[in-house]
Design a binder for this molecule. Structure first.
Ligand code: TYD
Length: 209
């Protein structure tokens, strides 16, 4: 049985994570892998219920610490019920957003501090981190311009989204062996090929092929 793997897709609003996630999942399934494609906040019934709360424009002004705790609670449930069991049985988990979204949006965007927010998620998940994180980097002016009907986070001012982007780039720069950063304004198929190549080599070196 091949070894499992955990791959996270990260990036600001409108970076194309869903499109690239879908293409990566198809690529892996074509190669015969069991793939679990999931997202945060969400991925279990309770975590989807938390998603409804945190994204609802009804809760404008939600306390930043409460917001961070809700994302961490959603993540703890998701890691325990979906991600960890799937990796243990040999599947490849492709997750749209994970811990780094909390570090970037709550740690940098809400100025709660990267270390505290990361520690909260590590506690919530029992220390579960991705084997590889793919960061789709895009100027927030371009990314937000791709969206319609903004949710509570998307509706934040541009300075907030600039801080989020800087946070993601700092995280990726701090550990290049666990991150792949791509310019998300590029050609969709070229980005997809680059991601597939990097994931294939990560799986091969993990003895997963
Ligand atoms: P996303 O799934 O990208 O939204 P959409 O369905 O509109 O594409 O992410 C939901 C929002 O939640 C997004 O604005 C980022 C934010 N978020 C955080 O602030 N912290 C987190 O830990 C996560 C996972 C998401």
């Amino acid at each position: 049985m091949p070894a499992g793997a955990f791959i996270a897709l990260e990036g600001g609003e409108g970076a194309g994570k869903s499109t690239q996630g879908g293409l990566l999942v198809q690529h892996l399934r074509d190669r015969g892998r069991e793939v679990v494609w999931t997202r945060e906040p969400g991925g279990t019934p309770a975590s989807e219920a938390i998603r409804t709360i945190v994204l609802s424009p009804e809760f404008e002004g939600l306390d930043p610490r409460a917001e961070a705790l809700l994302f961490a609670a959603s993540r703890g449930e998701h890691a325990a019920r979906v991600i960890r069991p799937a990796v243990e049985r040999g599947a490849v988990v492709v997750c749209d957003r994970y811990v780094d979204s909390s570090v970037a949006y709550q740690g940098y965007g809400r100025s709660l501090g990267a270390g505290a927010v990361r520690d909260l998620s590590l506690w919530a998940t029992g220390g579960l981190l991705p084997d590889l994180t793919i960061l789709l980097d895009v100027d927030p002016v371009i990314g937000l311009g791709r969206l319609s009907n903004p949710d509570r986070l998307e509706a934040e001012p541009i300075e907030y989204h600039r801080a989020v982007r800087a946070g993601f780039l700092e995280l990726a720069a701090s550990d290049p062996s666990r991150y792949m950063t791509l310019d998300a304004s590029g050609d969709v198929n070229e980005i997809a090929h680059a991601i597939a190549d990097r994931v294939d080599s990560a799986l091969a070196s993990a003895g997963a092929e």
